[in-house]
Design a protein around this ligand. Sequence first.
Ligand code: AHR
Length: 492
Amino acid sequence: MKHIDLQIQTDQPVSRIAPEIFGHISEHLGTCMYGGIYVGEDSSIPNTDGVRNDVIEAFRQIRMPVMRWPGGCFADDYHWCDGIGPKEQRRKRVSRYWGHTTETNAFGTHEFFSLCEKIGCEPYLAGNLGSGTVQELSDWIEYLTFEGDSDLSELRRKNGREQPWHLKYLGIGNENWGCGGNMRPEYYADEYRRYQSFCENYGENKLYKIACGANGDDYAWTETMMANVKSSMMHGLSVHYYTVPSGIWEKKGDALRFTDAEYYATVSRALYMDTLLKRHIAIMDQYDPAGEIGLVVDEWGNWYDPAEGENPHFLRQQSTMRDAMTAAINLNLFARYSKRISMANLAQAVNVLQALLLTEGAALIKTPTYHVFDLFKGHQGGMLVPTVCTELTAGSETKVPMLSHAASVKDGVLTFTAANCSLEDAAELTVSADGFTVHTAEACVLYSDSCRVHNSFDTPETVTVHPLDVTADGNTIRLTLPPCAVVSVTVS
Ligand code: AHR
């Protein structure tokens, strides 16, 4: 057992934590959309307009704030006109990036916007810059958001949607340094400027335009974009970073079979996000000291080798307590950098990479990562307040800080989240909430007796949330966090 003193400076609010920091991406990849989210109206799996009811309910429970769609790499090969109108007439295409499967386009624009309405989340469209045209993107926005009289708004009405939709978040290209066209940043910056010029705000609809950002530590990309694109043209600039346990893409590591040393290496690589955020933000601060352009971490998560027997193009993987730990670490970091981060999207929502949910036919399980988002939802829209704690490390070969933490205040409620990264030691926490009158404190914890434990279709509740004992005395809160555990404490 290690003792940790933690001070929460509730009287020194820093910045609002955008709810969108707890966002997601769902791509036409493997069984994320087809089978995972969308099963079609005729399916025997309970659904509403073809969308699985269990998925809608699970997403609503965590208050999913935003969903990015249709990709990923798929976005720069997607032509929205293929996915509107009568389903039997929709164009079949090859899924170029994800295993040359047939894309039926049964799930398209109307289905996506209706999905977001069901979840109660903001839609975030990833527009096609790589293989599309300026006209195509411009037309999509008119089709979606124009209330007046035009052929495109008439077509939308004919296809069943009278009123325009509200569309805030618009990405213009995805990973254009790679699958989105293998562009140089200078070239992309010019293309971005051109594309965004034709993305119109119709009526009350105001677009928040997001440019493709760096691949991990490609700081030159961020620098080029910031130097060449003004905040009036670019409201957000993205960055993508995946945690690969080995650090080697060709042999990433297994989702379920890993040693303690690999656990600590994964935690350490997840913590690299801290360095990335710091350095990208420093560049943004230099060009945009007023903080007008948001950093959008619109793909993040753990990426393992495909399991035996799985289609390697489908990127399906299991999720253990290790994934819960890195999810908590990342979410705490995003909250701590919320002054600049306007959104973050875990890859991906269902059946792909560090998924929230896994499905098999009619069955559905919630992964440990899902429960982390449930535990962290109290931070959505809260004011970040500083947390300072005793610095202890965990691990032997690779050392990592023992505790990851963040706190926020919203409507008089203090939410404090922490992850004990140690596999060996419990963390006995003494938390002082400076400037806060504590009446009640409640804690919920996600833990299991091993970091390798996961939920399966036979044992779906192996890793789940439990209440945790917590005592409050004056403005001091005490609790003991088991090894490899994530906690959320709500104080009012
Ligand atoms: O999330 C899977 C893929 O990872 C996305 O399609 C792409 O943007 C990234 O490389």
